[in-house]
Design a protein around this ligand. Structure first.
Ligand SMILES: [Cu+2]
Length: 152
């Protein structure tokens, strides 16, 4: 009886954590190295939702800044502009890409510059009450114009 109880307990822990992890997953995340003389940066990632309900990213917190906003780029009067958005929706069984010239994360008032090779912690809060914690690597400013790397 006692063994059965322990087994049931372990299974329920394993099951619930795998459910949690499987609904929203973040990949391909990176944040830009700070341009010298500035205290801002932007972050990008791929958010995947394997659940059967739409979710919305509501806010992001990080130890590196108290002011982090969700932004989108849009064309206005022939000019590329960006503005803050209240949330970024990830549809059920779909994905949303945060990328340059699209949705992105703006980090303001950085206390210290972000250096390539390091990484920062971010907590992503979703409207279903879930928080996803990720490590975001800092990418150097020198961007390869041509990528000859292949995925193995
Ligand atoms: Cu922005």
């Amino acid at each position: 009886m006692k063994n059965n109880f322990i087994l049931t307990f372990l299974l329920s822990v394993l099951f619930s954590s795998s459910v949690l992890a499987s609904e929203i997953s973040i990949s391909e995340q990176y944040v830009r190295e700070t341009i010298p003389g500035t205290t801002i940066s932007s972050a990008y990632m791929l958010i995947k939702n394997t659940g059967d309900k739409d979710v919305a990213l509501k806010s992001i917190t990080s130890p590196v800044s108290a002011r982090i906003e969700l932004h989108e780029h849009l064309m206005a009067d022939g000019m590329m502009q960006m503005q803050q958005v209240e949330s970024i929706i990830v549809k059920a069984n779909d994905k949303t890409v945060l990328q340059p010239h699209g949705y992105h994360v703006m980090i303001f008032n950085l206390d210290e510059p972000l250096m390539a090779g390091s990484s920062i912690d971010m907590a992503l809060k979703f409207d279903n009450g879930k928080t996803v914690n990720i490590k975001v690597p800092v990418q150097g400013l020198k961007k390869k114009t041509h990528s000859h790397s292949h995925n193995h």
